[in-house]
Design a protein around this ligand. Structure first.
Ligand code: ADP
Ligand code: MG
Length: 588
Protein backbone atom coordinates (compact mmCIF):
# COMPACT_ATOMS: atom_id res chain seq x y z
CA UNK A 1 0.00 0.00 0.00
CA UNK A 2 1.13 3.55 -0.66
CA UNK A 3 2.27 5.69 2.26
CA UNK A 4 1.97 9.33 3.33
CA UNK A 5 5.23 10.15 1.57
CA UNK A 6 3.76 8.86 -1.67
CA UNK A 7 0.72 11.09 -1.22
CA UNK A 8 2.96 14.09 -0.55
CA UNK A 9 5.01 13.32 -3.63
CA UNK A 10 1.98 12.98 -5.91
CA UNK A 11 0.51 16.23 -4.58
CA UNK A 12 3.70 18.12 -5.27
CA UNK A 13 3.91 16.64 -8.78
CA UNK A 14 0.34 17.64 -9.69
CA UNK A 15 0.61 21.09 -8.09
CA UNK A 16 -0.50 23.74 -10.58
CA UNK A 17 -1.92 21.26 -13.07
CA UNK A 18 -5.55 21.10 -14.19
CA UNK A 19 -8.03 19.94 -11.56
CA UNK A 20 -8.50 16.53 -13.18
CA UNK A 21 -4.97 15.67 -12.06
CA UNK A 22 -6.40 15.10 -8.55
CA UNK A 23 -7.79 11.83 -9.93
CA UNK A 24 -4.22 10.59 -9.47
CA UNK A 25 -4.58 10.47 -5.69
CA UNK A 26 -7.51 8.07 -5.76
CA UNK A 27 -6.61 4.98 -3.71
CA UNK A 28 -5.44 4.23 -0.20
CA UNK A 29 -2.55 5.47 1.94
CA UNK A 30 -1.03 4.18 5.14
CA UNK A 31 -0.58 6.97 7.70
CA UNK A 32 1.11 6.41 11.07
CA UNK A 33 -2.25 6.48 12.91
CA UNK A 34 -4.77 5.47 10.24
CA UNK A 35 -5.48 4.45 6.68
CA UNK A 36 -6.78 7.06 4.29
CA UNK A 37 -9.04 5.95 1.43
CA UNK A 38 -9.67 8.45 -1.34
CA UNK A 39 -12.71 6.77 -2.89
CA UNK A 40 -13.96 9.42 -5.28
CA UNK A 41 -12.43 12.63 -6.56
CA UNK A 42 -14.70 15.47 -7.66
CA UNK A 43 -14.50 16.59 -11.31
CA UNK A 44 -13.92 20.27 -10.58
CA UNK A 45 -13.68 22.56 -7.54
CA UNK A 46 -17.37 23.48 -7.75
CA UNK A 47 -18.76 19.93 -8.08
CA UNK A 48 -20.00 17.85 -5.13
CA UNK A 49 -17.04 17.32 -2.83
CA UNK A 50 -14.78 14.28 -2.96
CA UNK A 51 -15.45 11.20 -0.82
CA UNK A 52 -12.83 10.13 1.64
CA UNK A 53 -12.73 7.52 4.42
CA UNK A 54 -10.37 7.47 7.37
CA UNK A 55 -9.99 4.12 9.14
CA UNK A 56 -8.39 4.07 12.58
CA UNK A 57 -7.38 0.82 14.22
CA UNK A 58 -8.79 0.22 17.70
CA UNK A 59 -5.19 -0.18 18.83
CA UNK A 60 -4.92 3.57 18.24
CA UNK A 61 -8.51 4.64 18.93
CA UNK A 62 -8.98 2.52 22.07
CA UNK A 63 -12.74 2.90 22.30
CA UNK A 64 -14.02 0.93 25.29
CA UNK A 65 -15.84 -2.23 24.31
CA UNK A 66 -18.62 -1.46 26.81
CA UNK A 67 -19.69 1.47 24.60
CA UNK A 68 -20.33 -0.56 21.48
CA UNK A 69 -20.95 -4.17 22.49
CA UNK A 70 -24.66 -4.00 21.74
CA UNK A 71 -26.49 -2.41 18.79
CA UNK A 72 -28.14 0.46 20.68
CA UNK A 73 -24.90 1.45 22.41
CA UNK A 74 -22.95 1.15 19.18
CA UNK A 75 -25.42 3.36 17.30
CA UNK A 76 -25.19 5.96 20.08
CA UNK A 77 -21.38 5.88 20.16
CA UNK A 78 -21.15 6.26 16.38
CA UNK A 79 -23.53 9.21 16.55
CA UNK A 80 -21.51 10.76 19.38
CA UNK A 81 -18.23 10.40 17.46
CA UNK A 82 -19.75 11.97 14.33
CA UNK A 83 -20.77 14.98 16.42
CA UNK A 84 -17.28 15.21 17.94
CA UNK A 85 -15.62 15.02 14.52
CA UNK A 86 -18.01 17.70 13.29
CA UNK A 87 -17.14 19.97 16.23
CA UNK A 88 -13.41 19.41 15.76
CA UNK A 89 -13.62 20.22 12.06
CA UNK A 90 -15.33 23.51 12.90
CA UNK A 91 -12.62 24.30 15.41
CA UNK A 92 -9.56 23.25 13.42
CA UNK A 93 -10.19 23.29 9.74
CA UNK A 94 -9.45 26.35 7.68
CA UNK A 95 -11.85 26.19 4.78
CA UNK A 96 -11.85 28.52 1.80
CA UNK A 97 -8.43 27.47 0.70
CA UNK A 98 -9.26 28.49 -2.86
CA UNK A 99 -12.11 28.40 -5.33
CA UNK A 100 -15.40 26.51 -5.02
CA UNK A 101 -15.41 23.97 -2.23
CA UNK A 102 -11.64 24.21 -1.73
CA UNK A 103 -10.66 23.39 1.83
CA UNK A 104 -13.95 21.91 2.92
CA UNK A 105 -13.96 18.92 5.25
CA UNK A 106 -17.39 17.74 6.37
CA UNK A 107 -19.04 14.86 8.16
CA UNK A 108 -22.75 14.08 8.24
CA UNK A 109 -23.43 14.55 11.96
CA UNK A 110 -26.98 14.54 13.29
CA UNK A 111 -29.34 17.22 14.61
CA UNK A 112 -31.49 16.81 17.72
CA UNK A 113 -32.34 13.18 16.93
CA UNK A 114 -29.95 10.27 17.27
CA UNK A 115 -30.22 8.09 14.19
CA UNK A 116 -28.38 5.16 12.75
CA UNK A 117 -26.15 6.74 10.10
CA UNK A 118 -23.29 5.87 7.80
CA UNK A 119 -21.01 8.75 8.88
CA UNK A 120 -19.05 6.76 11.46
CA UNK A 121 -18.70 3.01 11.80
CA UNK A 122 -17.30 1.35 14.90
CA UNK A 123 -16.21 -2.30 14.88
CA UNK A 124 -14.13 -4.21 17.41
CA UNK A 125 -11.16 -3.84 15.04
CA UNK A 126 -11.44 -0.27 13.77
CA UNK A 127 -13.36 3.03 13.59
CA UNK A 128 -14.06 4.62 10.26
CA UNK A 129 -15.09 8.21 9.50
CA UNK A 130 -16.70 8.96 6.20
CA UNK A 131 -15.90 12.50 5.07
CA UNK A 132 -16.62 14.90 2.24
CA UNK A 133 -13.55 16.84 1.18
CA UNK A 134 -13.17 19.72 -1.25
CA UNK A 135 -9.73 19.39 -2.80
CA UNK A 136 -8.32 22.90 -3.09
CA UNK A 137 -7.79 24.82 -6.30
CA UNK A 138 -6.84 28.26 -7.55
CA UNK A 139 -9.31 28.77 -10.35
CA UNK A 140 -9.23 25.25 -11.78
CA UNK A 141 -5.58 24.54 -10.96
CA UNK A 142 -4.52 22.07 -8.29
CA UNK A 143 -3.22 23.65 -5.08
CA UNK A 144 -0.96 20.79 -4.04
CA UNK A 145 0.50 22.33 -0.90
CA UNK A 146 -2.95 23.26 0.41
CA UNK A 147 -4.17 19.71 -0.24
CA UNK A 148 -1.11 18.45 1.60
CA UNK A 149 -2.03 20.65 4.62
CA UNK A 150 -5.56 19.28 4.62
CA UNK A 151 -4.77 15.61 4.24
CA UNK A 152 -1.47 15.35 6.05
CA UNK A 153 -1.98 17.86 8.87
CA UNK A 154 -5.66 18.56 9.45
CA UNK A 155 -6.88 14.96 9.09
CA UNK A 156 -4.41 13.55 11.65
CA UNK A 157 -5.41 16.33 14.05
CA UNK A 158 -9.09 15.47 13.62
CA UNK A 159 -8.37 11.81 14.30
CA UNK A 160 -6.26 12.66 17.29
CA UNK A 161 -8.77 14.92 19.01
CA UNK A 162 -12.07 13.31 18.10
CA UNK A 163 -11.50 9.60 17.56
CA UNK A 164 -8.71 8.66 19.96
CA UNK A 165 -10.61 7.90 23.17
CA UNK A 166 -7.78 8.99 25.44
CA UNK A 167 -8.24 12.58 24.24
CA UNK A 168 -12.04 12.61 24.44
CA UNK A 169 -14.42 14.02 27.04
CA UNK A 170 -15.04 10.46 28.20
CA UNK A 171 -17.75 11.20 30.75
CA UNK A 172 -19.71 13.11 28.17
CA UNK A 173 -19.43 10.19 25.76
CA UNK A 174 -20.52 7.67 28.36
CA UNK A 175 -23.42 9.92 29.40
CA UNK A 176 -24.51 10.29 25.78
CA UNK A 177 -24.55 6.54 25.20
CA UNK A 178 -26.30 5.89 28.53
CA UNK A 179 -29.00 8.46 27.74
CA UNK A 180 -29.81 6.88 24.35
CA UNK A 181 -29.85 3.44 25.94
CA UNK A 182 -32.25 4.70 28.62
CA UNK A 183 -34.64 5.98 25.97
CA UNK A 184 -34.66 2.67 24.13
CA UNK A 185 -35.10 0.87 27.45
CA UNK A 186 -38.21 2.96 28.15
CA UNK A 187 -39.50 2.31 24.64
CA UNK A 188 -39.24 -1.43 25.19
CA UNK A 189 -41.29 -1.19 28.41
CA UNK A 190 -44.22 0.76 26.92
CA UNK A 191 -46.18 -2.22 25.58
CA UNK A 192 -46.01 -4.24 28.78
CA UNK A 193 -47.22 -1.19 30.73
CA UNK A 194 -50.14 -0.69 28.34
CA UNK A 195 -48.75 2.67 27.22
CA UNK A 196 -48.15 4.32 23.86
CA UNK A 197 -45.90 7.09 25.17
CA UNK A 198 -44.04 8.42 28.18
CA UNK A 199 -43.29 12.10 28.85
CA UNK A 200 -40.87 12.60 31.75
CA UNK A 201 -41.37 15.29 34.35
CA UNK A 202 -39.09 18.21 33.64
CA UNK A 203 -39.09 17.72 29.86
CA UNK A 204 -38.88 20.86 27.76
CA UNK A 205 -41.30 20.43 24.85
CA UNK A 206 -41.46 23.84 23.10
CA UNK A 207 -38.85 24.73 20.50
CA UNK A 208 -36.91 27.95 20.14
CA UNK A 209 -38.87 28.97 17.04
CA UNK A 210 -40.72 27.56 14.08
CA UNK A 211 -37.40 27.45 12.26
CA UNK A 212 -35.29 25.89 15.01
CA UNK A 213 -35.40 22.46 16.56
CA UNK A 214 -33.46 23.57 19.65
CA UNK A 215 -35.27 23.86 22.97
CA UNK A 216 -36.84 27.10 24.14
CA UNK A 217 -34.38 28.60 26.66
CA UNK A 218 -35.11 27.60 30.30
CA UNK A 219 -36.18 31.08 31.37
CA UNK A 220 -39.02 31.04 28.83
CA UNK A 221 -40.14 27.37 28.93
CA UNK A 222 -42.50 25.76 31.42
CA UNK A 223 -41.09 22.28 32.20
CA UNK A 224 -43.49 19.38 31.80
CA UNK A 225 -45.18 18.02 34.92
CA UNK A 226 -47.36 14.91 34.79
CA UNK A 227 -50.91 15.03 36.15
CA UNK A 228 -51.17 12.77 39.22
CA UNK A 229 -53.75 10.46 37.63
CA UNK A 230 -51.36 9.61 34.78
CA UNK A 231 -48.08 9.70 36.68
CA UNK A 232 -45.94 6.60 36.53
CA UNK A 233 -42.35 5.74 37.34
CA UNK A 234 -40.18 4.34 34.61
CA UNK A 235 -37.18 2.19 35.24
CA UNK A 236 -33.93 3.20 33.51
CA UNK A 237 -31.10 1.08 32.14
CA UNK A 238 -28.45 3.46 33.53
CA UNK A 239 -28.69 5.88 36.39
CA UNK A 240 -28.58 9.58 35.65
CA UNK A 241 -27.35 12.38 37.89
CA UNK A 242 -30.19 13.70 40.08
CA UNK A 243 -30.58 16.42 42.69
CA UNK A 244 -29.73 14.05 45.53
CA UNK A 245 -27.34 11.58 43.93
CA UNK A 246 -27.82 9.35 40.92
CA UNK A 247 -31.31 8.02 40.17
CA UNK A 248 -32.27 4.97 38.15
CA UNK A 249 -35.90 5.79 37.53
CA UNK A 250 -37.87 8.70 36.12
CA UNK A 251 -41.39 9.86 36.86
CA UNK A 252 -43.65 11.27 34.20
CA UNK A 253 -46.88 10.93 32.30
CA UNK A 254 -47.82 7.62 30.73
CA UNK A 255 -50.29 7.90 27.86
CA UNK A 256 -52.38 4.71 27.89
CA UNK A 257 -53.31 2.73 24.81
CA UNK A 258 -56.78 3.54 23.49
CA UNK A 259 -58.25 6.86 22.38
CA UNK A 260 -56.64 9.89 23.97
CA UNK A 261 -57.82 13.46 23.49
CA UNK A 262 -55.68 16.48 24.13
CA UNK A 263 -58.02 19.42 24.76
CA UNK A 264 -57.54 22.95 26.03
CA UNK A 265 -57.70 26.58 24.99
CA UNK A 266 -55.88 27.94 21.97
CA UNK A 267 -52.18 28.63 22.56
CA UNK A 268 -52.05 26.49 25.69
CA UNK A 269 -49.52 23.97 24.35
CA UNK A 270 -51.62 21.19 22.77
CA UNK A 271 -49.82 20.99 19.43
CA UNK A 272 -46.46 21.34 21.15
CA UNK A 273 -47.18 18.19 23.18
CA UNK A 274 -48.30 16.30 20.08
CA UNK A 275 -45.20 17.37 18.14
CA UNK A 276 -43.00 16.09 20.94
CA UNK A 277 -44.84 12.75 20.74
CA UNK A 278 -44.31 12.65 16.94
CA UNK A 279 -40.56 13.13 17.39
CA UNK A 280 -40.53 10.76 20.36
CA UNK A 281 -40.28 7.82 17.95
CA UNK A 282 -36.56 8.72 17.72
CA UNK A 283 -34.06 9.04 20.56
CA UNK A 284 -32.83 12.58 21.26
CA UNK A 285 -29.51 13.99 22.40
CA UNK A 286 -29.15 14.91 26.07
CA UNK A 287 -30.04 18.54 26.52
CA UNK A 288 -32.71 18.51 23.83
CA UNK A 289 -35.47 18.69 26.43
CA UNK A 290 -37.32 15.82 24.74
CA UNK A 291 -34.76 13.11 25.52
CA UNK A 292 -37.22 11.44 27.84
CA UNK A 293 -40.27 11.85 25.64
CA UNK A 294 -40.53 8.33 24.32
CA UNK A 295 -43.24 7.18 21.91
CA UNK A 296 -44.19 3.79 20.50
CA UNK A 297 -41.94 3.27 17.43
CA UNK A 298 -45.00 2.58 15.27
CA UNK A 299 -46.71 5.91 15.88
CA UNK A 300 -47.53 7.77 12.68
CA UNK A 301 -48.59 11.38 12.25
CA UNK A 302 -51.69 11.71 10.11
CA UNK A 303 -52.78 14.88 8.39
CA UNK A 304 -54.77 16.19 5.49
CA UNK A 305 -52.69 16.66 2.37
CA UNK A 306 -54.80 17.82 -0.53
CA UNK A 307 -53.18 17.54 -3.92
CA UNK A 308 -51.29 14.32 -3.23
CA UNK A 309 -51.58 11.31 -5.46
CA UNK A 310 -53.39 8.21 -4.21
CA UNK A 311 -53.10 4.80 -5.86
CA UNK A 312 -55.56 1.94 -5.31
CA UNK A 313 -56.22 2.63 -1.63
CA UNK A 314 -59.35 1.18 -0.06
CA UNK A 315 -60.65 4.25 1.73
CA UNK A 316 -64.19 2.85 1.97
CA UNK A 317 -64.12 2.73 5.79
CA UNK A 318 -64.19 6.54 5.63
CA UNK A 319 -65.48 7.50 2.24
CA UNK A 320 -68.08 5.74 0.20
CA UNK A 321 -70.36 6.54 -2.72
CA UNK A 322 -68.64 9.55 -4.19
CA UNK A 323 -70.73 11.59 -6.65
CA UNK A 324 -71.54 9.67 -9.85
CA UNK A 325 -70.82 6.34 -8.20
CA UNK A 326 -67.02 6.65 -8.20
CA UNK A 327 -65.75 3.62 -6.26
CA UNK A 328 -63.63 4.11 -3.15
CA UNK A 329 -62.60 0.54 -2.39
CA UNK A 330 -59.73 1.03 -4.86
CA UNK A 331 -59.49 4.78 -4.79
CA UNK A 332 -57.12 6.56 -7.18
CA UNK A 333 -56.57 10.27 -7.54
CA UNK A 334 -53.92 12.57 -8.94
CA UNK A 335 -55.23 15.37 -6.80
CA UNK A 336 -56.88 14.08 -3.62
CA UNK A 337 -59.04 16.39 -1.50
CA UNK A 338 -58.41 17.21 2.15
CA UNK A 339 -60.67 14.44 3.44
CA UNK A 340 -59.72 11.75 0.90
CA UNK A 341 -56.01 12.45 1.42
CA UNK A 342 -56.40 12.16 5.17
CA UNK A 343 -58.35 8.91 4.80
CA UNK A 344 -55.64 7.53 2.48
CA UNK A 345 -52.91 8.60 4.92
CA UNK A 346 -54.59 6.60 7.68
CA UNK A 347 -55.22 3.47 5.63
CA UNK A 348 -51.69 3.52 4.18
CA UNK A 349 -50.13 3.87 7.64
CA UNK A 350 -52.14 0.95 9.01
CA UNK A 351 -51.38 -1.09 5.91
CA UNK A 352 -47.66 -1.12 6.80
CA UNK A 353 -48.09 -1.65 10.54
CA UNK A 354 -48.88 1.62 12.33
CA UNK A 355 -50.13 1.02 15.86
CA UNK A 356 -50.69 4.60 16.95
CA UNK A 357 -52.22 7.46 14.96
CA UNK A 358 -51.33 11.03 15.92
CA UNK A 359 -53.71 13.73 14.69
CA UNK A 360 -53.93 17.47 15.22
CA UNK A 361 -57.04 19.48 14.46
CA UNK A 362 -54.72 22.20 13.08
CA UNK A 363 -53.77 19.96 10.14
CA UNK A 364 -56.93 17.88 9.73
CA UNK A 365 -59.85 18.29 7.35
CA UNK A 366 -62.85 19.40 9.44
CA UNK A 367 -65.37 17.33 7.48
CA UNK A 368 -63.17 14.29 7.95
CA UNK A 369 -63.06 14.72 11.71
CA UNK A 370 -66.72 15.34 12.56
CA UNK A 371 -70.30 15.85 11.34
CA UNK A 372 -72.45 17.27 14.07
CA UNK A 373 -76.19 16.79 14.71
CA UNK A 374 -77.21 19.95 12.87
CA UNK A 375 -75.25 19.02 9.76
CA UNK A 376 -76.70 15.52 9.93
CA UNK A 377 -80.16 17.07 9.96
CA UNK A 378 -79.47 19.33 6.97
CA UNK A 379 -77.37 17.05 4.76
CA UNK A 380 -78.74 13.56 4.85
CA UNK A 381 -76.34 10.62 5.17
CA UNK A 382 -77.26 9.43 1.65
CA UNK A 383 -75.67 12.62 0.30
CA UNK A 384 -72.57 12.56 2.47
CA UNK A 385 -69.84 10.13 1.37
CA UNK A 386 -67.76 10.68 4.51
CA UNK A 387 -67.97 8.59 7.65
CA UNK A 388 -66.10 10.90 10.02
CA UNK A 389 -63.11 9.74 12.04
CA UNK A 390 -65.28 10.23 15.14
CA UNK A 391 -67.34 7.20 14.12
CA UNK A 392 -64.32 4.97 13.43
CA UNK A 393 -61.81 5.83 16.10
CA UNK A 394 -63.22 3.40 18.71
CA UNK A 395 -63.39 0.62 16.18
CA UNK A 396 -59.74 1.14 15.27
CA UNK A 397 -58.82 0.45 18.84
CA UNK A 398 -61.41 -2.25 19.56
CA UNK A 399 -61.05 -4.24 16.34
CA UNK A 400 -57.53 -3.47 15.14
CA UNK A 401 -55.74 -2.52 18.38
CA UNK A 402 -54.70 0.84 16.95
CA UNK A 403 -54.54 3.70 19.43
CA UNK A 404 -55.13 7.37 18.64
CA UNK A 405 -53.87 10.58 20.18
CA UNK A 406 -55.90 13.51 18.93
CA UNK A 407 -55.50 17.22 19.60
CA UNK A 408 -59.01 18.60 19.60
CA UNK A 409 -59.81 21.98 21.09
CA UNK A 410 -62.81 22.66 18.88
CA UNK A 411 -65.24 19.77 19.13
CA UNK A 412 -66.62 18.15 22.29
CA UNK A 413 -68.35 15.35 20.35
CA UNK A 414 -65.14 13.38 20.85
CA UNK A 415 -65.74 13.15 24.63
CA UNK A 416 -68.06 10.21 23.95
CA UNK A 417 -65.36 8.12 22.30
CA UNK A 418 -62.29 8.98 24.41
CA UNK A 419 -60.67 6.71 26.99
CA UNK A 420 -58.41 9.44 28.31
CA UNK A 421 -58.82 13.20 28.15
CA UNK A 422 -55.83 15.43 28.87
CA UNK A 423 -56.36 19.15 29.17
CA UNK A 424 -53.51 21.56 28.54
CA UNK A 425 -53.74 24.75 30.58
CA UNK A 426 -50.91 27.28 30.76
CA UNK A 427 -48.65 24.65 29.13
CA UNK A 428 -49.34 22.04 31.82
CA UNK A 429 -51.44 18.88 31.45
CA UNK A 430 -54.42 17.95 33.62
CA UNK A 431 -56.32 14.68 33.52
CA UNK A 432 -60.01 15.52 32.97
CA UNK A 433 -61.51 12.25 31.70
CA UNK A 434 -64.24 11.99 34.36
CA UNK A 435 -65.16 15.64 33.92
CA UNK A 436 -65.38 15.24 30.14
CA UNK A 437 -67.56 12.15 30.49
CA UNK A 438 -69.87 14.05 32.87
CA UNK A 439 -70.14 16.89 30.36
CA UNK A 440 -70.95 14.35 27.64
CA UNK A 441 -73.78 13.01 29.84
CA UNK A 442 -75.20 16.43 30.64
CA UNK A 443 -74.97 17.72 27.08
CA UNK A 444 -75.73 14.81 24.73
CA UNK A 445 -74.62 15.58 21.17
CA UNK A 446 -77.85 14.17 19.66
CA UNK A 447 -75.83 13.04 16.65
CA UNK A 448 -76.25 9.59 15.16
CA UNK A 449 -73.31 7.28 14.69
CA UNK A 450 -72.78 7.03 10.93
CA UNK A 451 -70.63 3.99 10.25
CA UNK A 452 -72.78 1.87 7.94
CA UNK A 453 -70.86 -1.34 8.57
CA UNK A 454 -67.83 -2.35 10.60
CA UNK A 455 -64.37 -2.14 9.06
CA UNK A 456 -63.82 -5.59 7.57
CA UNK A 457 -60.10 -5.30 7.02
CA UNK A 458 -57.43 -3.05 5.61
CA UNK A 459 -56.87 -4.11 2.01
CA UNK A 460 -53.23 -4.91 1.31
CA UNK A 461 -51.62 -3.73 -1.94
CA UNK A 462 -48.87 -5.20 -4.07
CA UNK A 463 -46.47 -2.62 -5.53
CA UNK A 464 -45.52 -3.26 -9.14
CA UNK A 465 -41.82 -3.07 -9.90
CA UNK A 466 -42.26 -1.32 -13.23
CA UNK A 467 -43.46 1.78 -11.34
CA UNK A 468 -39.91 2.49 -10.23
CA UNK A 469 -37.62 3.79 -12.96
CA UNK A 470 -34.44 5.20 -11.41
CA UNK A 471 -32.84 6.21 -14.73
CA UNK A 472 -32.15 9.76 -15.81
CA UNK A 473 -30.35 10.82 -18.99
CA UNK A 474 -27.47 8.45 -19.64
CA UNK A 475 -27.43 7.16 -16.06
CA UNK A 476 -29.19 3.88 -15.30
CA UNK A 477 -29.54 4.89 -11.65
CA UNK A 478 -29.79 8.52 -10.64
CA UNK A 479 -31.52 9.16 -7.34
CA UNK A 480 -30.93 12.22 -5.19
CA UNK A 481 -32.45 14.19 -2.37
CA UNK A 482 -32.75 17.83 -3.37
CA UNK A 483 -33.82 18.76 0.16
CA UNK A 484 -35.28 16.99 3.19
CA UNK A 485 -38.66 17.15 1.51
CA UNK A 486 -37.83 16.35 -2.10
CA UNK A 487 -36.44 13.23 -3.72
CA UNK A 488 -35.65 13.09 -7.41
CA UNK A 489 -36.10 9.43 -8.26
CA UNK A 490 -34.89 9.05 -11.81
CA UNK A 491 -36.91 11.79 -13.48
CA UNK A 492 -39.77 11.69 -10.96
CA UNK A 493 -39.96 14.15 -8.06
CA UNK A 494 -41.39 12.80 -4.79
CA UNK A 495 -42.66 15.59 -2.54
CA UNK A 496 -42.48 14.84 1.19
CA UNK A 497 -43.37 18.24 2.63
CA UNK A 498 -46.25 16.80 4.63
CA UNK A 499 -44.46 13.70 5.89
CA UNK A 500 -43.83 15.28 9.25
CA UNK A 501 -41.82 12.59 11.02
CA UNK A 502 -39.06 12.74 8.46
CA UNK A 503 -36.37 14.68 10.34
CA UNK A 504 -33.07 14.53 8.47
CA UNK A 505 -31.94 15.14 4.89
CA UNK A 506 -29.81 12.00 5.16
CA UNK A 507 -32.98 10.00 5.85
CA UNK A 508 -34.46 11.41 2.67
CA UNK A 509 -31.37 10.37 0.71
CA UNK A 510 -31.64 6.91 2.24
CA UNK A 511 -35.33 6.66 1.33
CA UNK A 512 -34.55 7.32 -2.34
CA UNK A 513 -32.04 4.45 -2.35
CA UNK A 514 -34.24 2.25 -0.16
CA UNK A 515 -37.06 2.46 -2.71
CA UNK A 516 -34.67 1.38 -5.45
CA UNK A 517 -33.28 -1.50 -3.39
CA UNK A 518 -36.75 -2.65 -2.34
CA UNK A 519 -38.06 -2.50 -5.91
CA UNK A 520 -35.09 -4.39 -7.34
CA UNK A 521 -34.81 -7.03 -4.66
CA UNK A 522 -38.21 -7.59 -3.14
CA UNK A 523 -41.02 -6.41 -5.42
CA UNK A 524 -41.88 -9.60 -7.24
CA UNK A 525 -45.51 -8.88 -8.07
CA UNK A 526 -46.67 -10.98 -5.13
CA UNK A 527 -45.29 -9.48 -1.94
CA UNK A 528 -47.44 -6.74 -0.45
CA UNK A 529 -45.99 -3.33 0.36
CA UNK A 530 -45.91 -4.32 4.03
CA UNK A 531 -44.05 -7.55 3.27
CA UNK A 532 -41.60 -5.74 0.99
CA UNK A 533 -40.78 -3.18 3.67
CA UNK A 534 -40.36 -5.79 6.39
CA UNK A 535 -38.01 -7.72 4.10
CA UNK A 536 -36.07 -4.51 3.44
CA UNK A 537 -35.81 -3.85 7.19
CA UNK A 538 -34.43 -7.32 7.80
CA UNK A 539 -32.00 -6.86 4.95
CA UNK A 540 -30.72 -3.59 6.43
CA UNK A 541 -30.51 -5.10 9.93
CA UNK A 542 -28.39 -7.88 8.50
CA UNK A 543 -26.18 -6.02 6.04
CA UNK A 544 -26.15 -2.46 7.35
CA UNK A 545 -27.13 0.91 5.93
CA UNK A 546 -24.08 1.04 3.63
CA UNK A 547 -25.79 -1.47 1.35
CA UNK A 548 -28.38 1.17 0.41
CA UNK A 549 -25.77 2.74 -1.85
CA UNK A 550 -26.79 1.45 -5.30
CA UNK A 551 -23.12 0.88 -6.19
CA UNK A 552 -22.26 -0.60 -2.84
CA UNK A 553 -18.98 -2.40 -2.29
CA UNK A 554 -16.91 -2.87 0.85
CA UNK A 555 -14.34 -0.36 -0.28
CA UNK A 556 -16.53 2.55 -1.23
CA UNK A 557 -17.80 5.61 0.58
CA UNK A 558 -21.56 5.00 1.05
CA UNK A 559 -22.41 8.70 1.23
CA UNK A 560 -24.29 10.45 3.98
CA UNK A 561 -27.22 8.25 4.91
CA UNK A 562 -29.42 7.98 8.00
CA UNK A 563 -31.94 5.30 8.71
CA UNK A 564 -35.55 6.10 7.85
CA UNK A 565 -38.51 4.31 9.40
CA UNK A 566 -40.69 1.95 7.43
CA UNK A 567 -43.54 4.51 7.59
CA UNK A 568 -41.58 7.25 5.88
CA UNK A 569 -40.33 4.87 3.15
CA UNK A 570 -43.94 3.81 2.57
CA UNK A 571 -45.01 7.46 2.51
CA UNK A 572 -42.47 8.22 -0.22
CA UNK A 573 -43.53 5.20 -2.29
CA UNK A 574 -47.17 6.19 -1.92
CA UNK A 575 -46.42 9.69 -3.18
CA UNK A 576 -44.53 8.63 -6.29
CA UNK A 577 -46.69 9.74 -9.19
CA UNK A 578 -45.74 6.80 -11.41
CA UNK A 579 -46.68 4.27 -8.71
CA UNK A 580 -48.82 1.33 -9.78
CA UNK A 581 -50.36 -1.01 -7.23
CA UNK A 582 -52.55 -4.08 -7.36
CA UNK A 583 -54.82 -4.86 -4.45
CA UNK A 584 -54.44 -8.24 -2.84
CA UNK A 585 -57.78 -9.40 -1.53
CA UNK A 586 -57.68 -11.88 1.28
CA UNK A 587 -58.47 -15.43 0.21
CA UNK A 588 -62.12 -16.17 0.76
P1 ADP B 1 -52.12 25.14 20.91
O1 ADP B 1 -51.92 23.98 19.99
O2 ADP B 1 -52.75 24.73 22.19
O3 ADP B 1 -52.87 26.26 20.27
P2 ADP B 1 -49.25 25.44 20.80
O4 ADP B 1 -48.79 24.11 21.22
O5 ADP B 1 -49.16 25.79 19.37
O6 ADP B 1 -50.71 25.74 21.34
O7 ADP B 1 -48.38 26.45 21.65
C1 ADP B 1 -48.55 27.86 21.56
C2 ADP B 1 -47.24 28.57 21.86
O8 ADP B 1 -46.81 28.31 23.19
C3 ADP B 1 -46.09 28.11 20.98
O9 ADP B 1 -45.36 29.25 20.55
C4 ADP B 1 -45.25 27.26 21.87
O10 ADP B 1 -43.87 27.30 21.52
C5 ADP B 1 -45.48 27.84 23.23
N1 ADP B 1 -45.36 26.80 24.27
C6 ADP B 1 -45.88 25.56 24.21
N2 ADP B 1 -45.55 24.84 25.32
C7 ADP B 1 -44.82 25.67 26.10
C8 ADP B 1 -44.17 25.53 27.36
N3 ADP B 1 -44.22 24.38 28.04
N4 ADP B 1 -43.48 26.58 27.84
C9 ADP B 1 -43.43 27.74 27.15
N5 ADP B 1 -44.00 27.93 25.96
C10 ADP B 1 -44.69 26.92 25.42
MG1 MG C 1 -52.57 23.77 17.98
Amino acid sequence: MRRVEDLRRILSVIDGRGYKAYKGIQGSYEFPAFTLYVDHVQGDPFASPSKVRVRVSQVVAGLPDSLFHDPVRCLALEDFLARKVHATIRRLVRDRRGTGKSGLIAIDAGGQEVLERTAVVVTPQWVEMRLSVGFPAAGRRVLGDQAEKMLCHELPQIVDSSVVWENQPQQEGEGFVACVENQEHIRRQLDALGLIAFVADGSILPRESGASDCPLPPDRAIPFRAPDALRITMELANSIPGASGPVNFLSGMGIPQGVTLIVGGGYHGKSTLLRALERGVYPHISGDGREYVVTCPDAVKIRAEDGRRVEQVDISPFIDELPYGRPTSAFCSDDASGSTSQAANIIEAIEVGARVLLLDEDTSATNFMVRDARMQALVRKEHEPITPFLDRVREFYGQLGISTVLVMGGCGDYFDVADTVIMMRDYLPYEVTTKAKAVAQSYPTKRRAEAASPIAQITARVPLQESFDPSRGRRAVKINAKSKDLILFGREPIALNFVEQLVDLSQTRAIGYAIHLAAKRFMDGHLTLHEVLVALEQFLNCHGLDTLDPFHSDERHPGALARPRRYEIAAAINRLRTLRMRQRKSLK
